[in-house]
Design a protein around this ligand. Structure first.
Ligand code: NI
Ligand code: MN
Length: 234
C-alpha cells in the first residue's frame, strides 16, 4: 500500500512501510501550506528544478532529517553549496534511472526552466525534470512543472502509469485541457492535479479537471486530494 499525501503546490509525501519520499517541498512562503516544514520527516527528497517554489525548504528539511536528496546534477551542486550534506546527495539526469533499496527513480523530461532566482542573483540549476517512481509494483509519474509534450506517450507505452501527479494551474505549466490530454498520452489509471491556487495567476478549480476527464470519457480517473489528505494507492 502506498500513501500519497498532498501538502499543496507540487509538494507530496509518498510513503510505504519502507520509505517516505517528499517532492518539491515548498512550505515557507507558500500561502496554502498547512503543515510546518519541521513536521515533514522524509527519508528522501526529490527536487524537480531550481525554482524557489520547488526547492523551497529542501536544505532545512534535508539537514534536519539527514534525508537523501535526488535531483538533476546541476541542482544537486547548488543544493550542496547551500548546505546539504554531499554524502546525502544523489545527482541524476534526464533519461537515467537508479535502483535504490526502497524503489527505482527515473528522471523524465519537463518543458520548463530551471534557475534559482532571488532578488540579488540567478543561479543556473540545469534542466528541469519529472520523476517516474517505481515502488511496490506501482509506477507513479510526478510530472514536475511542465507543458504537455508528446513524449508523454512514450512513457505511457513503456510503463503502466498507475498514478500521475500533473500540474493544472496553467500560466507556468499545463492547464486543465492540456492535463486531460496528457492523461490520454500517459494512459494513466489515476491522476491527481497539482500546482494550482498557490498564486493568483494559477487559480483553478481542480474539480474542473476531474469533470473534464469524465466528460471526455477518459480512461483516467481524476482524484482531487485536499491539502494534508492522503490518497491510498493499492
Ligand atoms: Ni517552476
Ligand atoms: Mn512552479
Amino acid at each position: 500500500m502506498i500513501g500519497v499525501t498532498y501538502h499543496s503546490h507540487a509538494c507530496f509525501t509518498i510513503s510505504t512501510d519502507n520509505v517516505k519520499i517528499l517532492t518539491d517541498p515548498f512550505i515557507t512562503g507558500n500561502p496554502l501550506a498547512k503543515i510546518k516544514s519541521e513536521d515533514l520527516k522524509p527519508d528522501v527528497i526529490l527536487v524537480s528544478h531550481g525554482h524557489p517554489d520547488h526547492v523551497g525548504d529542501t536544505v532545512e528539511i534535508a539537514k534536519a532529517n539527514n534525508s537523501l536528496v535526488i535531483a538533476p546534477f546541476e541542482l544537486i551542486v547548488y543544493l550542496q553549496r547551500a548546505g546539504v550534506n554531499p554524502e546525502k546527495c544523489h545527482p541524476m539526469h534526464i533519461g537515467g534511472s537508479f535502483q535504490f533499496e526502497w524503489g527505482k527513480v527515473k528522471l523524465t523530461p519537463a518543458t520548463h526552466g530551471s534557475a534559482y532566482v532571488t532578488e540579488n542573483e540567478t543561479i543556473y540549476t540545469g534542466n528541469p525534470c519529472g520523476f517516474l517512481i517505481s515502488l511496490e509494483g506501482k509506477n507513479i509519474y510526478f510530472a514536475g512543472d511542465t507543458g504537455i509534450f508528446y513524449d508523454m506517450k512514450l512513457l505511457g507505452e513503456m510503463y503502466k502509469i498507475d498514478l500521475a501527479l500533473l500540474p493544472i494551474g496553467d500560466n507556468f505549466t499545463m492547464g486543465i485541457e492540456d492535463a486531460v490530454k496528457a492523461c490520454e498520452l500517459l494512459k494513466a489509471e489515476v491522476a491527481i492535479p497539482m500546482h494550482y491556487d498557490t498564486f493568483d495567476v494559477i487559480k483553478k478549480d481542480p474539480n474542473d479537471f476531474v469533470e473534464m476527464l469524465e466528460k471526455t470519457h477518459s480512461y483516467t480517473k481524476g482524484v482531487v486530494v485536499n491539502f494534508e489528505e492522503t490518497y491510498i494507492l493499492q
